[in-house]
Design a protein around this ligand. Structure first.
Ligand code: MG
Length: 386
């Protein structure tokens, strides 16, 4: 870490009064576990480590218990009850601080847990030249303006646009006065807009991608206890019969026999699907697509695999690679390998280099050797998507 140079003194307000409904669940997201501890605890600890004092936490009336549990053991916090809007909540925090006004204040959203000290340092330094300072990032995508029909109505110049993060830093007197004077729309987008409405200059300093807002359920896998890698294996057999189509790896292969079974009996995709489900502990293919359910009769097995990959994704995992072995005497797999590889890669949403397809015979031994059926085994590695 090196020596940390001291920062100017500052107070902080962390706004945690939102309901966080987009994540789902009964507990507002800011109090749920993320990387081993409550989401809000991350930014509170970062602010305290940077010297924030006093530190005000604004929570909804009925969430006070959640907040105190999430922040238990942290000394020196002041809890304040929030208002109907984010702006009301910030105002409540500012009025609390106004009893002993600090020189500078940082206003932060609890949903941005990863708060680098360098950003705090840049913000506080910028208050030397402006009453407000906010962290921003460049816009890298081109920007389309949509009309009501969801057609493109124009473009915006991304060179002029910035993505705004929090914390936002202010000279305390200026932001308190601006909030008290606010007569704009009920919902200010953020505190910088409130300051600007009173003609206060807002300096833009470099933000940090780590400050991203945690919004969706996928962000919420508990990455503190979830391992970086998980692995699963799958095995399947189907009978070869005359008069059936032969689907292997999502590809229809010309042959005098085909595989029998529920769905299209694609033994390769079934083995891979089970490997994906195994990697994330989601049961097996029969759990999700019971053979007794008529809706899966004749179904394309690609749907099963796509569903399994979606489940892995929802648990915060991306597919790293898959290795499949087909075990049969005939047909010859080699000529069909490129098409199967491309289709498996497409179904799993990965590049073809992440898909290996191998084949072996069993030297005419056993049911595969006698041409009575085809077996497949697969192994899949998944990695934590950050
Ligand atoms: Mg099967």
């Amino acid at each position: 870490m090196g020596n940390l140079s001291p920062l100017p003194s500052f107070a902080a307000i962390v706004v945690a009064a939102g309901k966080g409904l987009r994540v789902g669940g009964d507990t507002p997201k800011q109090f749920r576990n993320w990387r081993g501890k409550a989401l809000i605890r991350h930014s509170i600890e970062a602010l305290q480590a940077a010297g924030a004092d006093p530190l005000v936490v604004v929570v909804a009336e009925d969430a006070r218990g959640h907040a105190e549990a999430a922040l238990s053991g942290i000394a020196g916090l002041q809890f304040v009850t929030g208002g109907a809007t984010r702006q009301d909540s910030v105002r409540a925090g500012l009025e609390t601080l106004a009893k002993a006004p600090p020189e500078r204040v940082l206003i932060h959203d609890a949903a941005r847990p990863d708060l680098p000290r360098e950003v705090i340092a840049r913000l506080l330094a910028a208050l030397g030249e402006a009453p407000g300072a906010i962290p921003v990032l460049a816009v890298v995508d081109s920007i389309a303006i949509a009309n009501e029909a969801e057609h493109m109505a124009g473009k915006a110049d991304r060179e002029q646009l910035r993505r705004v993060q929090t914390p936002q830093a202010f000279r305390f007197d200026a932001i308190l006065a601006a909030h008290r004077a606010w007569d704009g729309p009920t919902h200010a987008g953020d505190d910088a807009q409130v300051l600007m409405a009173q003609h206060g200059a807002v300096a833009l300093v470099a933000g940090d991608e780590r400050l991203k807002k945690i919004t969706f359920a996928e962000d919420f896998v508990d990455q503190g206890t979830a391992p970086a890698f998980r692995i699963g294996q799958g095995f399947d057999v189907h009978r070869l019969e005359a008069g059936e189509e032969l689907w292997l790896g999502g590809v229809l292969i010309p042959h005098d026999k085909g595989l029998a079974g529920h769905s299209d009996a694609d033994v390769a995709l079934h083995a891979i699907t089970d490997a994906v489900l195994g990697a994330v502990g989601e049961g097996d293919i029969g759990t999700h697509f019971p053979p007794s359910d008529p809706q899966w009769r004749g179904a394309r097995s690609g749907r099963f695999l796509e569903h399994a990959v979606g489940l892995a994704r929802a648990r915060g995992y991306a597919i790293a690679n898959v290795d499949l072995t087909l075990i049969c005497e005939a047909p010859k797999i080699g000529p069909h390998r490129p098409a199967m590889r491309a289709e498996v890669a497409r179904l799993m949403g990965v590049g073809e280099d992440a898909v290996s397809i191998k084949a072996t015979t069993t030297e005419r031994l056993g049911f595969t050797g006698r041409g009575e059926g085809i077996a497949a085994q697969a192994i899949v590695l998944v990695t934590r998507a950050v």
